[in-house]
Ligand binder design. Structure first.
Ligand SMILES: [Mn+2]
Length: 410
């Protein structure tokens, strides 16, 4: 049993073939950043290995789809692997969904410090420092037909620290039962720890978020194993651009200037917390009073978005406001449905459509013929139930906004 402390970096899901998406329109000054983000984040992962003087790097699959990156992907990785080779740092790579070992182009040689695990058969390697074993690294590249076969993984009988590298899903209890010290998992793009004491099973996530849903910091995981053989994990951010979801709450008193102040204060906090990274921010305005209604209809929402962009969107670093939406409240106050008002009639009519999901909406009848043929055509063809419920919810709020008057919605 080794009592020498050591450290390694655990990363995966680079997806070099996949630039960030999900902006309706990428502003010109951020275009280059979008195109390069996946590579920049991967490169920072390799730099982290060197900066932290890690003993080795563990890669849990989905690094690249070589068919989709073209030669740039493999050539980039080859160069990064060589950088680690110059410092005698080994790489343990278990292939995932898009990077099985046979997908790597034969013409681009992998440096000797890179150990690619075979597909379908678990391989055990011993990592040594100065001829003394530090850890056992057990891995397999993903086989298309299988989820993780936990029974194939067994810890070192001599008690050497064991690391299992594999891409896919497995039941946490089954993973825990194997006695492996550290499960280096891949295949989830968000950071996720299944269990952390005394053993660890962990997904580091992709080093770069791709969509608004993948918000927050992305990076790789530095694992430090102490003299007692306990692993400690920490996030090292590597993302080149970061999505944030920001929720701002307004009240009865909030006017336009107050909203501007709220947004400005929040923006300054974000810039203080993330001083060196470009940000993409999805704003959600929640709360009570007239402000949500004013933002839902009319031009105030667009004006606020335009102001945020011109004030903060160009950086450096750029803090680009991607969207500004009003939080769709889950339910209207029930008494609104009971009232003998036009609003009450309207809400009761909408509810008929919400409850009777088979009743056709027939929106086309309300749209001018010229529009049905043109851009509004697809919009009136409400496809599924989710679509239908969303349209009805929005229609309900629009009606409430228009029928409630300016002095409030009580
Ligand atoms: Mn993946």
């Amino acid at each position: 049993m080794s009592n020498r402390p050591f450290r390694f970096v655990h990363a995966g899901d680079f997806h070099l073939e996949l630039p960030p998406q999900g902006l309706a329109e990428i502003p010109d000054h951020l275009r280059e950043l979008f195109v390069e983000a996946a590579y920049a984040a991967a490169e920072r992962t390799f730099k982290t290995v060197l900066a932290e003087e890690a003993d080795f790097l563990v890669l849990a699959g989905d690094l690249l789809h070589p068919g989709q990156t073209g030669p740039r992907g493999p050539l980039f990785l080859q160069e990064q692997f060589r950088r680690l080779a110059e410092r005698d740092v080994d790489v343990y790579w278990a292939g995932g969904r898009v990077d099985p070992p046979d997908a790597w182009p034969a013409a681009i040689a992998l440096p000797e410090n890179v150990h690619v695990f075979p597909q379908g058969v678990v391989e055990q390697l011993t990592h040594q420092r100065d001829d003394v074993p530090l850890a056992q690294v057990i891995g397999v590249s993903r086989d298309r037909r299988r989820t993780i076969r936990t029974a194939d993984f067994a810890p070192d009988p001599g008690g050497l620290f064991s690391i299992a590298v594999v891409h896919g899903n497995a039941d946490p209890a089954t993973l825990q039962s194997r006695g492996i010290h550290y499960w280096a998992l891949g295949g989830r793009h968000g950071r996720n720890t299944l269990f952390s004491s005394p053993q660890v099973a962990h997904y580091p996530g992709s080093p770069q978020g791709r969509r608004a849903e993948e918000h927050g910091a992305h990076g790789c995981t530095l694992v430090q194993v102490d003299g007692q053989g306990n692993p400690h994990t920490s996030l090292v951010p590597t993302d080149a651009i970061r999505w944030l979801n920001e929720r701002v709450v307004v009240d009865e008193e909030t006017g336009r200037d107050d909203l501007e102040t709220l947004l400005r204060e929040r923006m300054h906090t974000l810039l203080e917390n993330c001083p060196r990274i470009d940000l993409l921010i999805s704003w959600t305005i929640a709360g009570t009073g007239p402000m949500p209604g004013r933002l839902r209809r009319g031009t105030l929402g667009d004006e606020m978005l335009g102001w945020l962009r011109s004030e903060y969107g160009y950086g450096p670093p750029a803090a680009w406001s991607a969207s500004l939406d009003v939080e769709p409240s889950a339910a209207m106050p029930p008494e609104w449905y009971e009232q003998e008002t036009i609003r009450g009639d309207y809400l009761r009519a909408i509810r008929q459509f919400q409850v009777n999901s088979d009743e056709p909406l027939d929106l086309e009848a309300y749209v001018a013929e010229a529009h049905v043929a043109g851009t509004l055509g697809p919009a009136v063809a409400v496809a599924g139930q989710t679509d239908r419920q969303r349209v009805l919810r929005e229609a309900a709020w629009l009606g409430v906004d228009l029928l409630s008057g300016e002095e409030g919605q009580s």
